[in-house]
Design a protein around this ligand. Structure first.
Ligand code: NIG
Ligand code: FE
Length: 392
């Protein structure tokens, strides 16, 4: 593998406070060397050592690749009509998930793989170099296994979400379905997953059911994540903190006790601006979480029902406009925050030893990600030291 020098970086975000100013570790007139798929050197451009190849950043801003810690990329079908109805007043409800479950069960393996890969490439073009991918639209043992196999072709951060909703064939027998999810389905899925997740909310699973699934998953060696407090104030966040989950995701409706619990824990609050945007729900108060000392991540929640976007620049812009994050905080949340939510220290920053995942923006500063909403500012993407999008 050859080394790559990225120089003439106008503004570099390292997310390593030891290497620059503030929490983003900002440096001007910087250069980076990638070698062996890792960051080998960071410093002032004039002092950069030689490398085999050179990538001229042309004075642009360079930042770590985005870490999207919450996606549902394995599905079939389309719910554009449901979205359209919501825009004229119909509320979002968990029940819509069943539409995608039916389409996913009916799809061929090839169709699921093709869609998941197309979405992952769409995300890559928008600067996402690390993805978490959930199952959750199969909801039979065979279909959840199949979904996790597809997810595993995209990422090591695969998440078992058998407890997404109770599928129609278990209507009125939710506890039997929970027993399946925490038993036979978990046994089949655990070898294919790093994480387990439960949708603990109105119309999905209550606290006792969620606890049953999550404790069984933890006993099988999986890390925990929770879809929490998306549709109502409920027990999801408290449960996530109680069980030491890596992340509580959505956090749309929070009590004072929820905020305090998150602040006193290692559980990241993952905010999903695309979901409020696409369901017309109120945006969570990200400012309140940050001021309380909670670690905040931003992710896409890409799925065909509540948030059909892979675009983290869009999520950053909405988080700044609607959730009270500064542009610095939003960029940190979509990079280092996502890494924290996945309990990874190899991504989300550009310190020496980190994975060589970086984005060059067609902009002088990261502030433009919020300042220029909807504009495709990603100029070049480097993943594992290879230029995968942009000038080759
Ligand atoms: O994260 N909330 C639960 N699951 C997804 C939505 C799934 C769907 O509507 O298909 C979410 O928003
Ligand atoms: Fe989700």
């Amino acid at each position: 593998m050859t080394s790559l020098l990225v120089d003439r970086i106008g503004l570099l975000i390292t997310n390593d406070p030891a290497r620059g100013d503030g929490p983003l570790g900002l440096r001007r007139d910087a250069a980076l060397i990638f070698d062996g798929g890792r960051v080998a050197w960071v410093g002032v451009a004039s002092a950069a050592p030689a490398a085999d190849r050179r990538l001229d950043a042309g004075g642009r801003c360079v930042l770590p690749g985005f870490v999207d810690s919450h996606t549902h990329l394995v599905f079939a079908g389309d719910r554009a009509l449901e979205f359209t109805a919501r825009m004229t007043g119909r509320p979002y409800a968990a029940g819509g998930i069943a539409t995608t479950v039916a389409a996913t069960r009916a799809a061929t393996d090839e169709a699921l793989v093709a869609r998941a890969f197309a979405l992952a490439y769409e995300a890559l073009e928008a600067g996402t170099t690390t993805l978490e991918v959930k199952s959750g639209y199969g909801l039979t043992v065979a279909d959840e296994v199949r979904s996790l196999r597809v997810a595993g072709a995209l990422t090591g951060d695969t998440t078992y979400l058998g407890a997404h909703v109770v599928p129609p064939e278990y209507a009125g027998r939710a506890d039997d379905y929970v027993a399946l999810v925490a038993g036979e389905m978990l046994a089949a899925c655990a070898p294919l997953a790093r994480w387990a997740d439960v949708f603990c909310d109105e119309g999905a699973f209550d606290a006792d059911q969620a606890r049953t699934v999550l404790t069984a998953a933890r006993a099988s060696g999986l890390g925990l994540r929770v879809h929490a407090n998306q549709l109502a104030r409920g027990p999801g966040v408290a449960l996530a903190v109680e069980l030491g989950a890596a992340s509580a995701d959505h956090c749309t409706y929070l009590s004072v006790a929820d905020v305090d619990a998150l602040a006193g824990s290692d559980t990241v609050a993952t905010l999903l601006p695309g979901a409020e945007f696409s369901t017309r729900a109120p945006y969570p108060d990200g400012r309140r979480l940050l001021d309380a000392g909670v670690t905040v991540a931003l992710a896409s929640d890409c799925n065909p029902g509540s948030s059909y976007t892979t675009n983290l620049p869009f999520c950053i812009a909405v988080a700044v406009r609607e959730m009270g994050l500064t542009p610095d905080e939003a960029v940190w949340a979509a990079t280092a925050g996502g890494a924290r939510a996945l309990r990874r220290d190899d991504v989300g920053h550009l310190g020496v030893g980190a994975r060589a995942d970086a984005v060059i923006l067609d902009a002088p500063a990261h502030l433009h990600l919020a300042y220029r909403p909807g504009v495709p500012l990603v100029h070049t993407v480097v993943r594992g030291g290879d230029v995968v999008v942009g000038p080759g």
